[in-house]
Design a protein around this ligand. Structure first.
Ligand SMILES: Nc1ncnc2c1ncn2[C@@H]1O[C@H](COP(=O)(O)OP(=O)(O)OP(=O)(O)O)[C@@H](O)[C@H]1O
Length: 259
């Protein structure tokens, strides 16, 4: 089977520290996969390597079977990779709609002259962008927030807008970095439902870093576990829950035996 995204033997060193150590993983089209591990395990660094924010010290990332080694970071969205960030990456003084339109910019192909005079292709692209953004607003149930300034929204609402911004680029693979962190139970349940719908209704594959084990166990088809930069386990939620190496990484001790 060909993988939508594959990391092969990826290493990232920061000076003397090996943050990601020979990690190989893949995500198949249509899956929801999670990347978990204790604080400092290397999850965000690995996400940054997958999404082109960082270059690996060695190893390679493939997306749609193409090596991304020479791809410029700004081309990743157009290639079909969308992501959210652990710390919100929104324009706080702009409205929700304006933020979502920024996420749509990868689909704008008109040249500056067409854009200035708002003619032909520029007009068609603008109309298409606004239509798509309105669909996302409806999908994420944020109609009442559409004209609000992002900085005035609650943290949970802003996270939902950031999810919308990532969706606006129509990604094939969506990378979610701790999307439910800081949310209350109700907000988490809403986002969990949206993640399932993103896969089932929009057909978008998801790879997420998540500390909330309830969300991880409920949503994931497969889970990868990192510890000290190394991949220590991979499997279904049931397999991961019963893996002694995972318990040891989280609790710092061997899992109790059945005996
Ligand atoms: N730019 C950097 N320069 C130096 N060290 C870094 C850099 N980025 C990350 N690190 C180190 O790499 C290791 C992995 O960090 P990373 O943020 O990837 O872990 P994480 O699993 O995402 O942690 P958390 O769950 O706390 O977000 C840590 O020891 C961290 O201090």
């Amino acid at each position: 089977m060909t993988h939508l995204m594959e990391a092969r033997g990826v290493v990232k060193k920061f000076g003397g520290l090996t943050a990601v150590n020979e990690v190989s993983l893949h995500v198949n089209a249509g899956e929801i996969c999670s990347l978990i591990g204790p604080n400092g395990a290397g999850k965000t660094t690995l996400f940054n390597l997958i999404s082109g924010v960082l270059r690996p010290t060695s190893g390679e990332v493939f997306f749609k079977e193409k090596s991304m080694a020479r791809e410029r970071p700004e081309n990743y969205a157009a290639a079909g990779m969308g992501r959210t960030f652990q710390n919100l990456a929104l324009f706080k003084h702009s409205t929700v709609i304006e933020n979502l339109l920024v996420g749509r910019h990868t689909h704008i192909k008109c040249n500056p002259l067409e854009s200035i005079f708002f003619l032909g292709r520029a007009r068609r692209e603008e109309v298409a962008a606004r239509e798509r953004v309105e669909q996302i607003v409806e999908f994420l149930e944020i109609e009442s927030l559409r004209d609000k300034i992002v900085g005035s929204l609650s943290y949970g609402q802003q996270k939902r807008v950031e999810l919308g911004r990532a969706l606006a680029s129509d990604p094939d693979l969506l990378l979610l970095d701790e999307i439910v962190a800081g949310m209350n139970r109700e907000e988490k349940e809403d986002i969990a439902r949206f993640i399932l719908d993103i896969r089932d209704e929009l057909g978008i594959t998801v790879l997420m870093i998540e500390h909330d084990m309830q969300v991880v166990m409920d949503l994931s088809d497969r889970i990868y576990v990192l510890d000290f930069g190394c991949l220590i386990a991979t499997g279904t939620p049931a397999e991961i829950m019963n893996d002694p190496a995972v318990t040891k990484a989280y609790l710092g001790e061997e899992a109790p035996s059945d005996a």
